[in-house]
Ligand binder design. Structure first.
Ligand code: TRH
Length: 388
C-alpha cells in the first residue's frame, strides 16, 4: 500500500500487513480472541500482522513471553505493538481491524485516509446468536469527516455471519490428544472409575457454593479443575481456606478440587478435551468448549440492564433446538440458574442426568457451527486479499 504521507520518519507497513487493534477490557477479556485471530492470520493466510494492545501488562497473562515495557516485539511471528497515546506514526496496513468497539486515534484515521487505496477498515464485533446479527454483518458505516468506510464484521453461528475462529489443524490436534500426557503435565492422578472430570472457568458467582455442595454431596466422584482466576477466591471461601494456589488439591465429600495454573491457549484446549463437562465464560473459552464437542455451561459476561440475559437466551434457544424436550429444559434451567446465581443446586440433578444426551449431541452441534466457516478465513475473503 502506498501512502501520500510525506513524513520521512514514518515506517512503512510490510507487504500484506494487517493492523489489529485490541482494547483490553476488564483487565483481560478480549485479548483471547485477538491473539488467536492474529496468529491464525499469520500462520494460515501468510499475512504480516501488527497486533496493537493497549494494556500489555494484562495481555501477558495470555502471552507469557510478552515484555510489557517493549513498544514493539515479535511473538509467534506476530508483531505486538503497544497501543499507546500518542500512537507511534506508522503507515497503516492494507486492512485495519478494530476489535470490540475500540476507537482509533484521529492521527491513525488521518493516516489511513492518506493511503492509496485506503485500507479496508473492519469493526470486529462481539459474538452474539441474536437474530439481527446476520442482517448487520458486513454493513458499511462511512466516516463522517474522512473518505473512509468502516465495515461491521460479526462473528456468528450461521452462514451469512462471520463464523467463529477455528484453526485449520484443530481436528488433527484434537485427534492426537492424549489424556495421559495431559494428566502428566498437570500432575493429575489417573482417572478413578466413574469419576466425572469438570473444568471450572467462570466469573465470580453467588451460586458457586450450591454447585460445589451438590458435587460434594453427590454419589459420583467429581474432580474439579479450577484454573487460576476470578472464581478461585469463591472456591477457597467455600472450602474454608484462606487462599488457593496452583497445585493445591482439597477433598470434601465426593468432590476433589484441584487448582491449575493459567496455561497457554493450546494447553487450555487440552483441558477442555480432557473433561466430561466444561464451565466456560465470555467469548473465546465459550467457543473453544463447543469445538471440544463436549457438554458445557456458559457464564456470559454480565452487561448493564441484563442485556446479556437476552444474548444468553438467544444462544440457548438455538443450542437446545436439537435436544429432546427434557434435555433442553435441563440445559435452560441450569444455565439460567448459573448465570443468575440462583437455583443452581436445585437445577443441577436434571442437568447432570442430561449429560450423556449432551455428550452425544455435541459433535453434531460443532459440525453445524462449522458450516458458517472459520472467522479468519471469512475475514480474509471479506477483505478480498489475494491468497498465494
Ligand atoms: O476473559 P473473558 O472473560 O473474556 C471476556 C469476553 O471476551 C467478553 O466478551 C468481554 O467483554 C470480557 O472479556 C471483558 O473470557 P474468554 O473470552 O473466554 O477469554 C479467556 C481466554 O483465556 C480464552 O482465550 C481462553 C484463555 N485461557 C487460557 O489461555 N489459559 C487458561 O488457563 C484459561 C483458563 C483460559
Amino acid at each position: 500500500m502506498t501512502s501520500k504521507l510525506q513524513s520521512p520518519g514514518f515506517p512503512t507497513a510490510p507487504a500484506r500487513c494487517w493492523d489489529v487493534f485490541c482494547p483490553v477490557v476488564d483487565n483481560f477479556g478480549d485479548i483471547g480472541v485477538c491473539w488467536r485471530l492474529a496468529r491464525q492470520l499469520v500462520a494460515e493466510h501468510g499475512l504480516a500482522v501488527r497486533l496493537w494492545i493497549d494494556d500489555l501488562k494484562s495481555a501477558r497473562r495470555l502471552i507469557p513471553t510478552l515484555d510489557p515495557q517493549a513498544a514493539c516485539q515479535w511473538v509467534e511471528d506476530v508483531e505486538i505493538c503497544h497501543w499507546a497515546e500518542p500512537l507511534p506514526e506508522v503507515v497503516p496496513g492494507e486492512v485495519v481491524i478494530v476489535a470490540f468497539a475500540g476507537s482509533l486515534p484521529n492521527t491513525f484515521l488521518t493516516a489511513m485516509a492518506c493511503c492509496a487505496p485506503c485500507p479496508r477498515w473492519i469493526n470486529l464485533e462481539y459474538l452474539s446468536a441474536e437474530s439481527w446479527v446476520a442482517g448487520c454483518h458486513g454493513l458499511p458505516s462511512p466516516h463522517p469527516g474522512l473518505p473512509l468506510v468502516q465495515h461491521f464484521f460479526f462473528p456468528g453461528l450461521d452462514s451469512g455471519t462471520g463464523g467463529l475462529l477455528r484453526e485449520a489443524d484443530h481436528a488433527v490436534r484434537r485427534s492426537q490428544f492424549s489424556e495421559d500426557a495431559f494428566r502428566r503435565f498437570f500432575d493429575l492422578p489417573p482417572r478413578e472409575p466413574g469419576q466425572c472430570l469438570v473444568s471450572l472457568f467462570s466469573y465470580e458467582n453467588p451460586g458457586l457454593g450450591e454447585l460445589l455442595a451438590s458435587w460434594s454431596h453427590g454419589k459420583r466422584q467429581v474432580l474439579c479443575l479450577v484454573p487460576e482466576g476470578r472464581v478461585l477466591p469463591g472456591v477457597a471461601a467455600w472450602l474454608g481456606v484462606s487462599g488457593l494456589q496452583p497445585g493445591d488439591r482439597i477433598r470434601k465429600g465426593s468432590l476433589t478440587v484441584t487448582v491449575l495454573p493459567f496455561v497457554e491457549q493450546s494447553r487450555y484446549d487440552e483441558m477442555l478435551w480432557a473433561c466430561d463437562l466444561n464451565f466456560v465464560r465470555g467469548e473465546d473459552s465459550f467457543v473453544r468448549a463447543q469445538w471440544a464437542e463436549l457438554p458445557f455451561v456458559w457464564h456470559i459476561y454480565a452487561q448493564q440492564d441484563d442485556v446479556h440475559l437476552e444474548k444468553l437466551n438467544a444462544f440457548m434457544t438455538r443450542y437446545v433446538a436439537g435436544l429432546t424436550p427434557s434435555a433442553a429444559r435441563a440445559v435452560e434451567n441450569f444455565w439460567r440458574a448459573w448465570n443468575r446465581g440462583e437455583g443452581v443446586g436445585a437445577s443441577w440433578p436434571a442437568f447432570e442426568a442430561a449429560l450423556p444426551a449432551l455428550a452425544s449431541y455435541a459433535p453434531a452441534w460443532s459440525a453445524h457451527l462449522q458450516d458458517a466457516g472459520d472467522l479468519a478465513g471469512n475475514l480474509v475473503r471479506f477483505c478480498k486479499v489475494e491468497i498465494e
